[in-house]
Write a protein that binds this ligand. Structure first.
Ligand code: AHR
Length: 508
């Protein structure tokens, strides 16, 4: 017995001295998968709190530096992020929004009540032209959500015509009168939002028929029609919609938010312990199950994967910051959110054959934002840096990843310590990894099948504390820096992934 024990110890010592890692990741560069649509790195901007007003748009007369009312600091930061797509105007707001309120001279635009979000006055100074100008400014594709809940088919059809048609019509005449001669190129349109809830409390059978009606009149060259999809694990919703309407759609959405505790007491964005860190990441990993199961249902009706699964709302949802308007959903963003973003984006990359778009909720000042603003100041959140790190995957080819790793255990519960995805573009392999364990680094040895690599570089997002965050006057607590813990030793890629980190490794 003693003999066996000493042999085991000797082997363990030998393994650690020789750098043999406990975790192994195989990258199948010899089996390239689907293209990771850049739209997977999309954002969501709703008329909610200070996402649009104060976040994106301050108006031309604001003392905050702007161009045509759009904040220069925010525009610069979003351009640097390479934002590919923005979803607008909601959210729940979309099914209360009548687009004609938001066009024409600003003085003539009616004010309305934003019934879902704090009951505040919406003056409609940011409307269709402003949204599409903003998208042009940051180089993003627009994605517009039509009003099904309280609108009409005619209103929806006219909006599409107003925006996209190059022909003569009352709608295009109106657009030209409002200063835009040429149509915009808007490909993505959805018929309603959360039609099972704030968008009308419909049953799937009813909405499936309504969707078919809307889809008939959603006409524009190259249009990509999106059906309002399921809430979390409402698999029946996906089944009915796919069964009844998949031939009339290009995409169907899915909404899933990471809520650490329960809806009426979600938990603080910044005050949390190891156990809430664990639960938050565990709940985030549920996205894998959701995407897999909804995809399986879609496969039944669409085996050639023509219809995209679009996770057009995802992210963390905490209690609002103390002292802020509960209807504005303003929350801080810590290293924990960086991990949540990294995990979700890895899951979407790994399902590139079906997941064709995702939209983090929301872009600025609402829920899991990449940017926070206060008056003239702007803060880039840990989530911003993860998006910046991951933009190498946009329009790259997904590479299958096989992970054999240890567990991150808390009490009686465990999750895989490492979550990862990989892609290749222009001869470079990019691997993004999350180490979920807040205390232990992970030694990883990589096997790259089908490609010889000789050069390694990397980036990392991490911090000393799990709840580190960037704030006004303290903007650099969490940042993206160079990562030098990956080496190629005799053709073998080895890396030490620090505890609680998100890492990019690039191989050439
Ligand atoms: O993102 C906030 C809200 O969450 C959206 O308006 C709605 O679609 C979802 O319930």
């Amino acid at each position: 017995m003693n003999h066996i024990l000493s042999l085991t110890i000797a082997l363990l010592v030998l393994f650690s001295l020789s750098g043999i890692s406990q975790n192994k990741i195989v990258i199948h560069a010899d089996q390239p998968g689907s293209k990771i649509d850049k739209a997977v790195y999309g954002h969501f901007a709703e008329h909610l709190g200070h996402c649009i007003y104060g976040g994106i748009f301050v108006g031309e007369n604001s003392p905050i530096p702007n161009t045509k009312g759009f904040r220069l600091d925010v525009v610069g930061a979003l351009k640097e992020l390479k934002v590919p797509l923005v979803r607008w105007p909601g959210g729940c707001f979309a099914d209360t929004y009548h687009w004609k309120d938001g066009i024409g001279p600003k003085a003539d635009r009616p004010s309305i009540i934003n019934v879902h979000w704090g009951g505040v006055t919406e003056d409609n100074s940011f409307g269709t032209h402003e949204f599409l100008d903003f998208c042009e400014l940051i180089g993003a594709d627009p994605y517009i959500c039509l009003n099904v809940g309280s609108g009409s088919v005619q209103e929806a059809a006219q909006w599409i015509e107003y925006v996209t048609s190059a022909n003569e019509s009352p709608m295009t005449k109106l657009r030209k009168q409002n200063g835009r001669e040429k149509p915009w190129n808007v490909k993505y349109w959805s018929a309603g939002n959360e039609t099972w809830g704030c968008g009308g409390n419909m049953r799937p059978e009813y909405y499936a028929d309504l969707y078919r009606q809307y889809a008939t009149f959603m006409r524009a060259p190259g249009i990509y029609k999106i059906a309002s999809g399921a809430n979390v694990e409402d698999y029946k919703w996906t089944d009915v919609l796919m069964r009844e309407a998949s031939r009339n759609m290009n995409g169907i959405s899915l909404h899933y938010y990471t809520v650490p505790r329960v809806w009426n007491k979600k938990g603080s964005a910044t005050q949390f312990n190891d156990s809430l860190w664990f639960v938050t990441l565990q709940k985030t990993l549920k996205m894998e199950e959701l995407v897999t199961k909804h995809s399986e249902i879609m496969d039944k009706y669409d085996p050639t994967k023509k219809v995209g699964l679009l996770v057009d709302e995802w992210g963390t949802w905490y209690d609002v910051e103390p002292g802020t308007n509960p209807g504005f959903l303003y929350q801080q963003n810590t290293l924990r959110d960086a991990l949540v973003a990294g995990i979700n984006l890895n899951i979407f990359n790994n399902h590139a054959d079906r997941v064709k778009m995702s939209n983090i909720a929301q872009m600025i000042n609402v829920l899991q934002s990449v940017i926070l603003t206060r008056d003239k100041e702007m803060v880039l959140t840990p989530t911003y840096y993860v998006f910046k790190m991951y933009n190498v995957h946009q329009d790259a080819t997904m590479l299958p990843v096989e992970i054999k790793c240890g567990k991150y255990t808390l009490g009686s519960q465990s999750v895989d310590a490492i979550n990862a995805s990989a892609s290749t573009k222009e001869g470079v392999i990019s691997i993004t990894l999350c180490n979920l364990d807040p205390s232990n680094s992970q030694n990883v040895s990589f096997e790259i099948q089908g490609k010889k690599v000789s050069n390694v570089s990397g980036k990392i997002v991490t911090a000393n504390k799990i709840n580190a965050f960037n704030d006004f006057g303290k903007k650099n607590e969490v940042n993206m820096t160079d990562f030098s813990n990956a080496k190629i030793i005799k053709g073998q890629v080895e890396a030490v992934i620090p505890a609680k980190s998100v890492v990019l490794i690039q191989l050439r």
